[in-house]
Design a protein around this ligand. Structure first.
Ligand SMILES: C[S@@+](CC[C@H](N)C(=O)[O-])C[C@H]1O[C@@H](n2cnc3c(N)ncnc32)[C@H](O)[C@@H]1O
Length: 239
């Protein structure tokens, strides 16, 4: 479906409004076979996430607590919870949707024991502010795909600034060759969602331009609602 606005903040608001309705349906869908088995065993995402966690653990510094940022934490499970448990440091987990942040509160802060190293923040990724060289790592799982194209480039530039030298980032984007900009009704048959992509071959260049060197890059197919959808998974390091 064609997108009928070119205003990036309208598009991000469409996504926030969508997840405010779809937070729980998304969680249910993403755990099952129709949603690519998000968090299941031996998926491409699971393998890349494990590699990211092991690189993160190897950066452990006894003298300093690590500072990690998650963009688009959703319901806080499984990824936020898993990073929180593995991390010797503090995790700031952010999301644009208040319904997602409420679910994340239940899963991370109102559980026993609570994840005491997690701070949840209701915030649009494009409104985040950190100091240069403040963060040890950033990760964004199936979330940057919801940013308009120009915002995707802008956020990569900002993240590169926020990361310390040698800081890590893990993320995924659409693996389709063509650039795209789509809004369609999703999951419940009535709520609209928006996704965009720079086109597969543009991401290497976008990362290179902002000083993020590729450690791993993998185009893998995820089966969603019976359709094979390619995503590109990156782990990168700030030069
Ligand atoms: C597909 S869900 C993935 C959630 C979680 N990362 C996971 O994999 O289970 C995408 C999440 O990104 C969030 N998101 C989308 N656009 C965002 C933005 N501009 N700023 C912050 N979060 C955003 C959505 O609200 C949603 O929770």
């Amino acid at each position: 479906m064609a997108v009928n606005t070119s205003n990036p903040s309208d598009l991000r608001q469409l996504v926030a409004d969508g997840y405010n309705v779809l937070a729980q349906p998304y969680l249910d869908w993403s755990k099952g076979p129709d949603g690519g088995g998000n968090g299941g065993n031996d998926t491409p995402l699971e393998r890349h996430f494990d590699q990211f966690l092991s690189l993160l653990s190897s950066k452990r510094d006894e003298t300093q607590e690590m500072q990690v940022l998650e963009i688009g934490c959703g319901a806080g499970i499984p990824w936020t919870s898993r990073v929180s448990k593995a991390l010797a440091g503090n995790l700031t987990a952010t999301d644009i949707s208040h319904s997602q942040i409420e679910l994340a509160k239940t899963h991370l802060l109102q559980c026993d024991p609570p994840h005491s190293n997690v701070t949840l923040l209701l915030r649009d990724a494009m409104e985040l502010q950190f100091d240069p060289n403040q963060l040890d790592a950033v990760y964004a799982i199936f979330s940057l795909i919801h940013l308009p194209q120009q915002d995707q480039k802008t956020i990569l530039k900002r993240i590169a600034t926020w990361l310390k030298p040698d800081g890590l980032m893990f993320m995924n984007f659409s693996g389709q060759l063509e650039s795209s900009d789509d809004a369609e009704v999703w999951l419940d048959g009535k709520t609209k969602m928006y996704w965009s992509s720079l086109g597969l071959l543009s991401y290497d260049q976008a990362l290179e331009e902002v000083g993020l060197s590729v450690i791993t890059r993998d185009v893998a197919t995820v089966v969603e609602d019976g359709r094979e959808i390619p995503f590109v998974f990156y782990i990168v390091r700030k030069r």
